[in-house]
Ligand binder design. Structure first.
Ligand code: R5P
Length: 294
């Protein structure tokens, strides 16, 4: 990737630095000023002449601010460099990938179009919520994955007859991959979400499937922790052993870390797509590989 620079957004400075290290590329710093009314002003630092830029900026909270900062950086980078790739370690709005209820905006599609309009010619993210979300992008878009790294982490733990569990059917492919790499069984729970109130209900599996076994809940993300907590409570009701949580993006909003612990979840492990106390997994090599691949 000669002739390329890595632009570090304020939301993803550490990952951008690691990515630049992995790819042996110069790092361009950015400066963020937030005006009293909340507007963001971004200034790109200088660097060596280059053809291409990788603009690294995740969309963890504050989601809308980090989205607009990403778009501003892409637009400025496009003035300076011929080709710009948006690297979005955590892709917000990806859960709004379809019209669940009449009148809802398919926000993923709008966000995808914004990246294209700002000047990105391709996009790389990590464990995007769904294939449908990825398909909403009308520019070449790829999703790297932290699942093999999470599986490697949990394979190294001393677990009793481990069972990998997805809190919902939408994560069945993800948990199957995780379990295959760990060499353990897997199951997907049935989660029902009330699309109006947002409340969720998780149906119990057959108790004999989980009884006495250590369980690893595997999901793309933890936001409020509601899905993991419901799943943990359901599994504990079936007599499982210890419960662990593995996810790529740990937003851990509204005291989620404390509530997960109160729900008896022994440990949460996530990746550094979102900086925080649980991000033990470094995805920079996986992102670098995805950038090299396409
Ligand atoms: C939903 O389908 C996602 O895969 C996650 O399960 C969900 O978004 C996590 O959100 P929360 O932690 O608020 O339940």
């Amino acid at each position: 990737m000669n002739g390329t620079v890595v632009v570090a957004g304020s939301a993803s400075g550490d990952l951008a630095t690691k990515l630049a290290g992995k790819l042996d590329l110069p790092l361009i710093e950015t400066r963020l000023k937030i005006f009293p009314d909340g507007e963001s002003k971004i200034t790109l630092g200088s660097g060596p002449a280059a053809e291409r830029a990788l603009v690294v900026q995740g969309m963890q909270p504050p989601v809308d601010s980090n989205l607009i900062r990403s778009l501003l950086m892409v637009a400025k980078a496009k003035e300076v460099y011929h080709d710009v790739t948006a690297v979005v370690p955590y892709m917000g709005y990806a859960r709004q990938d379809r019209e669940f209820l009449p009148g809802e905006v398919v926000a993923t599609e709008v966000v995808a179009e914004l990246f294209r309009a700002a000047g990105a010619s391709r996009l790389v993210t990590v464990d995007i919520h769904s294939k449908m979300a990825l398909d909403r992008f009308k520019l070449p878009a790829r999703s790297a994955t932290a699942i093999p790294l999470l599986a490697e982490h949990f394979s190294g733990l001393d677990l009793k007859d481990p069972l990998a569990v997805s809190p919902d059917a939408g994560g069945s492919g993800r948990v199957e991959k995780f379990a295959g790499l760990c060499g353990c069984d897997h199951v997907s729970l049935e989660k029902r979400r009330d699309r109006v109130t947002g409340s969720i209900n998780v149906l119990a599996p057959r108790p004999d499937i989980v009884a006495e076994r250590d369980v690893i809940l595997v999901d793309d993300m933890i936001s409020t922790g509601g899905s993991m907590i419901k799943a943990a409570e359901t599994l504990r009701g079936c007599g499982c052993g210890r419960v662990f949580a593995a996810c790529t993006h740990a937003l851990l909003l509204d005291g989620a870390a404390e509530r997960l612990a109160e729900a008896g979840i022994s440990g949460v492990v996530s990746s550094n797509t979102v900086p925080g106390p649980t991000c033990l997994i470094d995805v920079s090599a996986a992102v670098a590989a995805e950038l090299m691949a396409g």
